[in-house]
Design a protein around this ligand. Structure first.
Ligand code: BES
Ligand code: ZN
Ligand code: ZN
Length: 503
């Protein structure tokens, strides 16, 4: 998929489809939509008058252009209520239009820049959103489908964003570039998460990270089992014991600011399959646990985006990777293990494994002097109960840090909500026989999980834990989300780091 920008009059475009838009409840098209409409003899206005097209968000209308234009079809996409219009509307409308191109088998299309006119959105942002919505909306995980290769070739190959004034083109090109990188990285994360767990083992995840590092010129070190033992990562080792696949500990470094010794740390939970271990999960929905490495996919693909965008900042990604399986050597309920920093943990539920591997990753990140540290993890079903399946929870000890991440999420069109870590609840993870236990009580499971991580972060480092259990998978196709892995938080984390680099 190639997206380019051309300064021209839209009625001169030659290709398969021309995309214009309409706000809901408008009786008459305006601007570029009106120009396209009059070129094809007013068909669009007639359809609006007849009530055949209302402009509801994501609604599409395809009108054969006849001889009036150099395209087969004019596609009108609804932008919905003008009062509710925002950047995410642009992503949604772009996705809907791209999907309509696909149904029409259009291979080359042009679009006006949704939102830049009547919507009042900055051109660069609007262009980024068009790129994101288009590319993510066309995503499909179809590598296991046996079918005619030509199917693929019929899909939308190029999208041209048409701008009338040459002065606006530079900003649009900048936005397209950023949007393309963000969408590519998100798609890469979706691919990693959608891949079945028998393929996406800890070693394969490490190979994928190596590929990203090689392509992007990043430094990478993958630790194997012996080195993990030498580093005394009892959490990662404990979880991996029940699995036939050896664990991996992946560290990637992006050095965009060689003059500085500082580096931000981003940690991703990399459980490539979470069966629950001996505290085995029930069968229903267990297939989703191939996605328990969505945090890892997020940080690896964020590194991919950074390697292309080259911001002036140093970032280190840390991924503890293992399966959580109930094999004959599995850790047992009631075992006491020690994390890298020597703190002891009573394992009362082997299904609360994410926090065990993250404990070691946090110790490692702190030892490396990374600061601040943000971890991304599909950590608790409880967070999903609290916030639903479109929103992540943000926990931490630094309000400014959390606010900056929430700010980046807003720019990315992702939902992140600040959650509390009340001191009073620390009592819930007190163990009778060890420094801490890995489960809290019945209530507030997302909070006790965050408090457990906080026990390893300790107070001296500013940290933020993002529980992405809710949005890691989309339950159904919806605009630029396709059923399956969402690639959540890649865009938030990347935009947050870009922002930090500017400060
Ligand atoms: N990977 C799961 C959390 C999860 C659940 C992610 C659903 C995405 C969708 C995690 O390892 C887990 O099993 N957590 C337990 C913790 C409990 C045993 C304290 C949970 O949430 O039930
Ligand atoms: Zn689990
Ligand atoms: Zn898990």
């Amino acid at each position: 998929m190639k997206i380019d920008v051309k300064v021209m009059n839209l009625i001169e475009f030659r290709g398969d489809a021309l995309i214009v838009n309409l706000f809901e409840k408008l009786k008459k098209p305006g601007g570029a939509t009106a120009a396209a409409d009059s070129a094809i003899g007013g068909v669009i206005s007639r359809k609006i008058k007849n009530g055949e097209f209302t402009g509801k968000l994501g609604e599409t209308l395809a009108v054969p252009a006849g001889k009036g234009l150099g395209v087969e079809n004019v596609i009108v996409v609804g932008l919905g209520n003008r009062e509710k219009f925002d950047l995410d509307t642009v992503r949604k409308a772009s996705a809907a239009a791209a999907q309509k191109c696909e149904t029409l088998k259009a291979r080359t299309a042009a679009t006006i820049l949704h939102g830049a006119g009547a919507g009042g959105i900055d051109r660069e942002d609007a262009a980024r959103a068009v790129a994101e919505g288009t590319m993510l909306g066309l995503y499909r995980f179809d590598r296991y489908m046996t079918k005619d290769k030509k199917e693929k070739e019929k899909r939308l190959q190029s999208l041209t964003i048409i701008e009338r004034e040459s002065a606006g083109a530079t900003a649009i090109r900048k936005g397209v570039k950023l949007g393309t990188v963000l969408a590519d990285a998100t798609i890469a994360a979706r691919d990693l998460v959608n891949e079945p767990a028998s393929v996406m083992t800890p070693e394969r995840l490490a190979q994928e990270a190596r590929k990203v590092a090689k392509e992007g010129g990043l430094n990478i070190k993958v630790f194997g089992k012996v080195e993990i033992e030498r580093m005394k990562m009892g959490g990662l080792l404990g979880v991996s014991r029940g699995s036939a696949q050896p664990p991996r500990f992946i560290v990637m470094r992006y050095k965009g600011d060689p003059n500085s010794k500082k580096s931000v740390g981003i940690i991703g939970k990399g459980i490539t399959f979470d069966s629950g271990g001996l505290s085995l999960k029930p069968p229903a929905g267990m297939e989703d646990m191939k996605g328990d490495m969505a945090g890892a996919a997020c940080v690896i693909c964020t590194m991919k985006a950074l390697s292309k965008l080259k911001p002036r900042i140093n970032v280190t990604a840390v991924v503890p990777a293992t399966e959580n399986m109930p094999g004959h050597n599995a850790q047992k309920v009631g075992d006491v293990i020690r994390a890298m920093n020597g703190k002891s943990i009573e394992v009362l539920n082997t299904d609360a494994e994410g926090r065990l591997v993250l404990a070691d990753a946090i110790c490692y990140a702190k030892k490396q002097g990374l600061l601040p540290i943000v971890d991304v993890a599909t950590l608790t079903g409880a967070c999903m109960v609290a916030l639903g399946d479109l929103c992540s929870g943000a926990f931490g000890n630094d309000k400014k840090l959390i606010d900056s991440i929430i700010g980046a999420a807003e720019k990315a069109g992702e939902k992140v909500w600040h959650m509390p870590i009340f001191d009073e609840y620390k009592a819930l993870i007190k163990s009778d026989i060890a420094d801490v236990k890995n489960v809290g009580g019945k209530w507030g499971g997302a909070i006790t999980a965050a408090l457990f991580l906080g026990f390893f972060y300790e107070e001296e480092v500013p940290w933020c834990h993002l529980d992405i259990a809710g949005p890691m998978f989309a339950a159904k196709d919806s605009f630029y989300l396709r059923k399956g892995a969402s690639g959540t938080t890649v865009r938030t984390l990347t935009l947050w780091l870009l922002d930090r680099a500017k400060r």
